[in-house]
Write a protein that binds this ligand. Structure first.
Ligand code: PMP
Length: 391
């Protein structure tokens, strides 16, 4: 058997799909005209699936900070912090994140994926247990797999199922780490965090919340779902990314446990990859400041989210249970989803197409994510396009 034989079924599926939807497999952003518009495969489109929640990727201050950092410190660090040393920007960003979250310690990682890999694989190991919401992101699953802990999934957002498992684990007298997200990345629904925090305290477990999609999106100060739900004190470790509201790339973990710093010496995904480039750190620091100075960005994002959610729900589309800057429409049939996705592209709207196994229940999703940078007119156009294709 040749090494690529195992991909045969994938190739067949792709070929069958490509006949109906060749654009999907060949998407190239040929020109990024602005935060909200691009030329994709020769067509000018509105970007309705960017995760660019606060619309900061083209912010002038962020761009200027990034350019200055390149000029001053070069294009990259060319190695990990362990080997090549820490740049002053890494420390400054870690301190600023600690201050923002009002926590004593923060570690910055090269991506959000690496943050989950590093923290989850290192915090718990053999003989210990991770209790994981079934809908958690792939990076959380991969982090769990990389460490030696026993991994037990509980049903998505099901407090009863979580408590049943905590009760069983009580007898084992071992460390239990509960891992959930703030806003779930696919359907945009919130974790019932107040209830989860109460269970965490009752059963003396530890709690990790990945606020990747809720940083800058939820909470009066943008600190995420834990802030909105008023349970920040019960969260042991906040994980997040710079690749969404902060418009760059990178990840972090903040905690009041001083032992967090030990992760730097024990975690392979921290030790064995290059640290973030100076330009990335500089734009992220600027975006973090702007996010705090301009709460109106969060308000604008929610105006857009509420407007589109109301519109799509009014069309009887199978949207999630609550309005959110992530609005996903479920299709039980992959071909139907491809048809609509293709139609949207032709009408000048780009959304994310999500296929199994990335979807929670095996169907397909068309996933919109809103941005504060979208104008009301652009949001109306997204709604109009769905209405036209749904008629
Ligand atoms: N956690 C969640 C919940 C995510 O949705 C993502 C990315 N979509 C990540 C982590 C990984 O973040 P990054 O893109 O920074 O690697």
């Amino acid at each position: 058997m040749a090494i690529f034989d195992k991909f045969k079924s994938l190739v067949e599926i792709r070929q069958a799909m490509e006949e109906n939807c060749s654009d999907f497999f060949n998407i190239v952003m040929e020109d990024i005209s602005s935060t909200t518009e691009a030329v994709v495969n020769g067509r000018k489109v509105i970007l309705a699936g960017t995760n660019n929640y606060l619309g900061l990727t083209f912010n002038e201050e962020c761009i200027r900070a990034s350019c200055l950092a390149v000029e001053k410190e070069g294009t990259g660090t060319t190695g990990s912090r362990m080997a090549n040393g820490t740049f002053s920007g890494h420390v400054a960003l870690e301190n600023e994140l600690s201050e923002f979250f009002d926590r004593s310690h923060t570690i910055v990682f090269s991506t959000g994926y690496v943050a989950n890999l590093a923290i989850l694989s290192t915090l718990v190991g053999s003989g210990e247990v991770i209790l994981l919401d079934a809908d958690c992101h792939a990076s959380i699953y991969d982090g769990c797999r990389l460490g030696g802990a026993e991994v037990i999934r509980f049903r998505h957002n099901d407090i009863g199922d979580l408590e049943k498992r905590l009760r069983r684990l009580e007898k084992r007298n071992t460390n239990v780490l509960i891992v959930v997200e703030g806003l779930y990345s696919m359907m945009g629904d919130r974790a019932p965090l107040a209830d989860i925090a109460a269970l965490k305290n009752k059963y003396k477990a530890y709690l990790v919340v990945d606020e990747a999609h809720s940083l800058g999106v939820l909470g009066k100060n943008g600190r995420g779902l834990a802030e909105e739900a008023g349970v920040e004190e019960s969260v042991d470790f906040v994980i997040g990314t710079f690749s969404k509201s902060l418009g760059a790339i990178g990840g972090f973990c903040s905690s009041n446990h001083p032992e967090l710093n030990l992760i730097r010496y024990a975690s392979r995904p921290y030790i064995f990859t290059a640290s973030s480039s100076p330009s990335t750190i500089a734009s992220t620091r600027t975006a973090l400041r702007i996010m705090q100075e301009k709460p109106e960005l969060q308000h604008r994002l929610w105006d857009n989210a509420n407007l589109l959610y109301k519109r799509l729900k009014g069309l009887d589309l199978n949207v999630g249970p609550e309005a959110s800057p992530i609005i996903a429409i479920r299709y039980s049939n992959v071909e139907d989803a491809f048809g609509i996705w293709n139609g949207l592209l032709k009408l000048g709207i780009y959304v994310n197409m999500v296929l199994p196994p990335a979807t929670p229940d095996g169907g397909a999703l068309l996933r919109c994510s809103l941005s504060a940078a979208l104008s009301t007119e652009q949001v109306e156009k997204i709604g109009d396009a769905f209405a036209l294709l749904n008629s």
